[in-house]
Each structure stands twice: as C-alpha cells, then as structure tokens.
Design a protein around this ligand. Structure first.
Ligand code: KG4
Ligand code: ZN
Length: 342
C-alpha cells in the first residue's frame, strides 16, 4: 500500500493518454485518439492533434480516475511525456501535468517518450532485466536502445537513417489503397498473402554501408521498391496482388528488424530483448521475433498490442520507476522538448 500512485499523461502525437499505476501495477489506461481526424490527410496534422488534446485532456483524466476508483487527491506523483514529439501536442500534456502537480503539491516527472515505450513492459511482465536491449519501432522512431536501467543512461545503438518502420507501413498502405494508419491494414491483408512472392530489398543489411550502419535502419528504399513494383503492374494493366505485396513487404521489414535486434543483443552480451512502439503490434514481427529469439537463446518481451501503441500507462509506468528508484523530480518550468534525445 505504500507503493506510489502515479498518473501519467501522453500527448506527443495523436493519442491523448492518461494512465494510472500503483508501483508496478497498472490500474487504468484511458485513451482518446484523434486518428480519425487525420485519416483524410494521410498523416498526423500537428495543429489538429494539439486542439484534440486540449479538448480530450480533462475528460480523459476524469475517465481514468473514475475507472481506477482513485481520487486525484491520492496521487503521489504526476508524470508526463516532455519529448520527443510534436511541439504543440506535447505542450498540452506538459501544461496539464504542471497544473495538476501544482494543484496537488506533488512532484512532477517529465519523461522521455522512447524510454516510456520500454518502461510500459514493467506493468505488463514485471521488472525489466538489467540490461535489456530494446527495439522501439513506431510511426516516428526505429531505434535500438541499450537499457541498463530504464530511468537512467539509455544508449542509442542505432536508428533509422530515413523513414521510421511505421512510416514505411503507412506509406506502403497508401500505395496499396489501404486506409491510414496503414500498419494494422497491412498486417491484416498480409494474412492471406505469400510472404516470399516478391523479394523486396532489406535496407542496410548488405553492401558497403553495413559496417558503418550495423544497427541503423533504412526503409525508404523498400518503400520505393514496393511503389515501383505496384506501378509496373498497373502500367501493364495487370491487377495488383495486394495480399502478396503486403506480406512480402511486411516480411522484408520484420526480417531486417529482428536480424539487427538479435545482432545487437549478441554483440553486447545482452540476453533480453524487449520490443515496443506501434509496429510491435504487428503479428508477423511478434512471431518472427519469438522464433529467432528462441533459436538465439534470447528472452523476448513484447507488451500486448494496446500497450505498444502510444498510451498513458507507459508514462505512468516510467514515472513510477523514477519514484521507486529515487530519481530527481523535474522543475516546474520544464519545456516541451520536441527533439529530446533518449
Ligand atoms: O507508437 P505509435 O502508436 O505512435 C508513434 O509514436 O509513432 O505507432 C504508430 C505506428 C503507425 O505507423 C502504425 O501504422 C503502426 O504503428 N502500427 C502497425 C501496426 N499497428 C500499428 N504497424 C504494423 N503492424 C501493425 N499491426
Ligand atoms: Zn510512440
């Protein structure tokens, strides 16, 4: 009962998330999304996202506290994503968190969005092995992170040099005429497709750039290859086999992601891999990662899909770790840092 009760706000992109945890136990994960408002633009529109956060913030806090059966007065700490993300979107969450911290007279913890994608696995699967290798694959990031302790000194081993993995899913979905965000639609379409029908390129796995970019990713060449392949079909007046293209594209992405993640574990002597971010919801990625980790003797942890995409629980989870590990609270004048490094 003396475990800290922590509320976390996430507004870095298009999800308004409010999570509440007690220690390492998740009590509630309330979310409001503006994704439908962005769909017709084919991507997240920052101004639209900020306005949606402003409208959703307080109702989502109310829903979270009601569903968790807790009073705001009982909260021990307030955590918020302070970066990286969309500047105007972050500001809404940061302003709300500061206000609540001041009103309650409780500490504020500004946390890193990437680190919280890793921390959420603690409320799902228990304490994180230290060190853990984390692969974060979302609409905005594709990173390999060496995590000695989720509250402290995370090192980025590599990242995408062009598109993020989720961005590639979204762009390829568009080429195939599937709705935004495309990841779940490609995942579904791929189930009826042949993953070895088309041999799409695996970026930064061969050639002279490999050594310098061993733990980096590149997905823009793959996206272009898919787009050219589809255009050639259309130009020839032939039907596009959407399921096969989706499955073959998805296979190329997951092949590269899992290969590099396991290489990163091996070369750093790390026996635990955690995968997070929206793309970690992908069914093929989850299956392939499990197969390859089993073969390599690596323990894999992936949160349930709802905790892989952006949410408030991850922020509360990291905030609680900050409290439990005795980390310093943030000053009340912290900025929203849109390009915050991990
Ligand atoms: O983590 P997230 O919710 O937001 C960011 O921080 O970016 O990730 C969103 C991304 C989108 O690009 C979406 O298409 C992708 O995650 N995504 C998926 C799946 N579900 C969501 N990609 C592949 N397969 C999925 N099942
Ligand atoms: Zn995210």
């Amino acid at each position: 009962k003396d475990e800290p009760l922590v509320i976390g706000f996430e507004t870095s992109c298009d999800e308004t998330g409010v999570g509440i945890v007690r220690g390492e136990t998740l009590l509630v994960d309330a979310i409001a999304s503006s994704v439908d408002e962005h769909a017709r633009f084919g991507g997240v529109v920052p101004e639209v996202a900020s306005r949606a956060h402003l409208e959703a913030m307080v109702p989502t806090i109310e829903r979270a506290t009601r569903d968790a059966g807790v009073k705001l007065a009982d909260i021990d700490a307030v955590a918020v994503t302070s970066g990286p993300g969309l500047a105007g979107a972050l500001m809404v969450g940061v302003a709300a968190a500061k206000s609540l911290a001041v009103a309650l007279g409780k500490p504020l913890y500004g946390v890193n969005h990437l680190a919280s994608h890793v921390a959420v696995d603690i409320v799902e699967h228990g304490p994180l092995p230290e060190p853990t290798m984390a692969m974060l694959v979302s609409g905005g990031h594709s990173s390999l992170l060496l995590v000695p302790d989720v509250t402290h000194e995370i090192t980025s081993l590599g990242a995408t040099i062009d598109d993020a993995a989720g961005e590639a899913f979204d762009k390829v979905a568009r080429v195939l005429g599937l709705p935004f965000p495309g990841g779940p639609h490609i995942d579904r379409a791929a189930r009826d497709g042949n993953a070895v029908a088309i041999d799409f390129p695996r970026g930064l796995t061969t050639g002279r750039d490999v050594e310098r970019h061993r733990f980096d990713f590149s997905f823009s060449g793959l996206k272009t290859a898919v787009s050219r392949w589809v255009q050639a079909r259309e130009a020839a007046g032939e039907p596009v086999p959407v399921a096969d293209v989706a499955a073959s594209f998805q296979e190329a992405v997951t092949d590269v992601l899992t290969r590099k993640a396991i290489d990163a574990c091996r070369s750093n002597g790390v026996e635990n891999l955690q995968i997070g971010g929206g793309v970690a919801a992908n069914s093929r990625l989850r299956a392939m990662a499990q197969e390859r980790c089993d073969a390599a003797g690596i323990t894999l942890r992936v949160p349930r899909p709802g905790l892989c995409t952006d949410n408030g629980a991850m922020v509360a989870a990291l905030g609680a770790q900050m409290v439990l590990k005795g980390r310093d609270a943030s000053p009340l004048d912290i900025p929203a840092d849109s390009s915050m490094p991990v």
